[in-house]
Design a protein around this ligand. Structure first.
Ligand code: ZN
Length: 251
């Protein structure tokens, strides 16, 4: 928020070579490990290097409410694409009129995944895929009525924030094990474990992995998969990563 990013500049200029070395190593420069305090580097060099530094990101400054949503944020006019990937999250909500329907490529990929799973003895059902904004309004309102807003926010996205509105999110469960649809127990079943280990081969990532709650902004969901295409899915799987980390974006 501050426009005075360089207000401390004269003070920083007085700082030691140690500080300079730290800053440079942060930039990946390998030739700055000169520990000689008597170095004759000029202050002009410091000035240039300091001025080249970008202002810090303001990501830490956003204010979040109890549900993890950014206070005062309104739904945008356009959906957000980063590196050609459509994003829907607490930071990047969707416009209310964004209504692409279920993505046919994602559906085809799911059918391919399921065909492979059947050969291993598992049959999957994508029990919830595309959800319209209006449907999410209805769902979220029902949950708030039933459990209160605070509780609803822990398990249901607010309208405009659901990845299901992209048409690329597939909630997957095992046929014959319907009682574990959208249930954490699914992740401990053989089918759930097979899915976790193999979904990337068909272009899906487990969108909200365990232990990444602070990165994605969502609780772990063993059933919620997002189609990103095979190359990206393999990359994210191999690195035990998330969409946020892959795109280097904030939750
Ligand atoms: Zn889901």
């Amino acid at each position: 928020m501050s426009k005075n990013n360089h207000i401390e500049f004269p003070f920083k200029m007085m700082a030691s070579f140690a500080v300079f070395a730290l800053m440079m190593s942060g930039c990946g420069n390998e030739n700055t490990e000169n520990k000689d305090e008597q170095s004759s580097k000029t202050t002009e060099t410091f000035q240039e290097d300091l001025e080249k530094k970008d202002p810090p990101k303001n990501e830490q400054e956003v204010e979040r409410d109890a549900g993890g949503y950014i206070v005062g944020q309104e739904l945008p006019k356009e959906a957000t694409y980063i590196s050609d990937l459509l994003i829907a999250s607490k930071r990047y909500p969707l416009p209310a009129d964004f209504a692409p329907g279920e993505d046919p490529e994602a559906r085809a990929a799911f059918e391919e995944l399921n065909a492979a799973a059947v050969l291993e003895g598992y049959t999957f059902n994508a029990f919830s895929t595309y959800r319209s904004y209006d449907r999410q309004v209805e769902l979220y309102a029902n949950y708030v009525n039933r459990d209160g807003k605070e509780a609803a926010d822990t398990y249901s996205a607010r309208p405009g924030y659901s990845e299901h509105q992209t048409g690329l999110a597939f909630d997957i469960g095992e046929v014959g094990n319907e009682q574990l649809f959208a249930d954490e127990g699914f992740g401990t079943t053989a089918a759930g474990q097979w899915l976790e280990k193999n979904a990337h081969k068909y272009g899906f990532i487990m969108r909200y992995p365990e232990g990444k709650e602070d990165v994605t902004g969502y609780m772990h969901e063993s059933w919620h998969f997002r189609y990103v295409g095979k190359d990206i899915a393999k990359d994210i799987y191999k690195n035990k990563s998330t969409l946020e980390e892959y795109l280097e974006i904030e939750k």
